[in-house]
Design a protein. Sequence first.
Length: 280
Amino acid sequence: MKAIIVGAHGQLGRALVRQAPSDVLCIGLGRAELDITDSLAVSAMIDRHRPELVINAAAYTAVDRAENEETSAFAINAAGVRNLANAAEGRGARLVHVSTDFVFDGSSNRAYRPGDDRNPLSVYGRSKAAGEDAIGPNGTVVRTSWLYEAGAPNFVTTMLRLMAERGEVRVVADQIGAPTRVTGLVEVVWGLGRAAKAGVWHHSDAGVASWYDFAVAIAEEGVAAGLLASMPKVEPVTSAEFATAARRPRFSLLDSRATRETLGMSAVHWRANLRRMLAS
């Protein structure tokens, strides 16, 4: 099988290339090699490489900045995805697209299932929902949440840096979801892509946490792993106290049971994955 990874220089894209199955010829393309907002360039790329599978890890992810850069967010997260979907569909390739828990408004009293109604609260969320709509019936959407991995800018690496520099951090305690290590998401994306499983799927690590819970765990595990010299102060605050340009869902836990059952995967608690990542 030949596969193209779009957005190959980002946190997720690098892991997708690194963890590619041994029987897959994997070609990674960063933004310098492919601008997905250019429909002609996307079509030319598909014609040149003739992949059987295209995985889109490219995204505009600056959630707050998107409130003032709506055109850019929709160009990448919606129009760019449509370009990939049209080119792939027209040439017999399958497309797997990675989306987000931010397509939901957080009003649910249970974990969100793939078929639940969406109601994004932010420009970023609306642009990702539009990207999902652009996929078409033969494509695959994988929603995930709170991604992190070693060696990339994310909540974990930011918290470790701030804790080491300042000795204390203030973190929102009233937004609930599930942290997700990139390595597990990569396994899901490759599994669904190779099995040609169309439709919408969810993946996050098991368990539930607030951002405050996550930060406390980062501090504790960081000390245990020798990455922090001492336990920093982690202060819980409300969303109102920590105002941001974009509204976030207060509850965005994803129900991933169908994905795990389909791929035969075991649930791994987010704290166990955090510990393993920090130890590495």
